[in-house]
Design a protein around this ligand. Sequence first.
Ligand code: ATP
Ligand code: MG
Length: 378
Amino acid sequence: MEIPFNYGRIVTGENYTDRVEDVKHLNSNFKALTNTTIISPRRWGKSSMVNKAIETLKETSDEYIFVFLDVFNLKTQEAFLEGYAKSVARAFDNHSELKQFISEVLPSNIRTEILLGNKNIFPVELRISLEHGNSKEYCPNILDMPQELAERKGKKVIVCIDEFQVITEYEDSLAFQRMLRAAWQRHTKVAYCLFGSKFNMMTELVGKPRMPLYKFGDMFYLKKISTGNWVEFITERFRSTGKSISQDTAEYLANLVENHSYYVQQLAQLTWFRTDDICTKEIVDAAFSGLVDQLSMIFIQTVESLTSTQSEFLRALCNGVTRFSSTELVNNYRVGTAANVKNIRKTLEKKEITTSFPNQTEIQDPLFKYWLKNHYFI
Ligand SMILES: Nc1ncnc2c1ncn2[C@@H]1O[C@H](COP(=O)(O)OP(=O)(O)OP(=O)(O)O)[C@@H](O)[C@H]1O
Ligand SMILES: [Mg+2]
């Protein structure tokens, strides 16, 4: 029997639910070639939503070529540019066509090689290695590749860049951002869709007037999938396998993990495994504590890696403190001075323990928060 819940990868088809408005919105941006920035915390469903928008557009039009790049592991400008070039090259499925394209758009002193790839995924692959340090020289040619691709193929190109905030950590990042802007703003047949999970870093990149990519395009925050949608999804997925769960119990399940996309699917799967015919709240509870137990080793490691002031800050968050400049925080928790608090917030966000939203900071992982409250700060 097929397992009806999935987590840890992009979900599609019947494993995907909701975000109808977001998908429409992104599709309209793609069609208008409007650049877009999408921001949402880890594991809420950015990649799945962008993928859905791409699939939807592909169904109705063959005018578009999609280029997809995840920069999470690309830690230098050179690595970014290599990844960028390789992703554009994947739009070709023919060795000689790609060879010709590369010879026309890239200077000959850039070392490239064209390899046969996996027939079913990418038939040809570009190998490219850039020397460290002289990126100014070759950067514009590489950055213009999507526009060149669009012109040669007579199509529009949508470049999606995941975990875009990583570029803020590059050496001389501002100069690199200026180069991106200079190239991208000249591209008339390409739209860029940049997405990332660190609110502060993403808003710093595109939301500050002094930054090169300021007002780069439409910016939106992905919200959580609503309880109503999860209830419909969970009950339907149970039903499709001959098991059943009431709306009330499905709602209880989604709420236990605060509607966090990844955890709703994970908890639903664990619950489904434990259910013979009819799911009850007791089964959900048992699955939930099993999940918390399973994660507790990682949570212990996380708290062991914290300084005492960082840990105090998390305790304040668990107790519902929201105003970080308040004397309440400084007086009641051993977090040090107000300046200290600022640093703590930055570090915890960088470590992906907390997430900032326009008006608040939250512990990113709802199960970590639950564990802190019920097993750690007691
Ligand atoms: N629209 C959706 N419908 C059903 N489940 C979803 C949806 N979006 C996300 N999920 C669940 O959440 C998980 C994480 O989704 P996804 O990888 O798209 O999120 P992300 O925000 O890109 O994560 P990351 O921060 O790790 O890149 C999926 O594997 C799936 O279990
Ligand atoms: Mg993702």
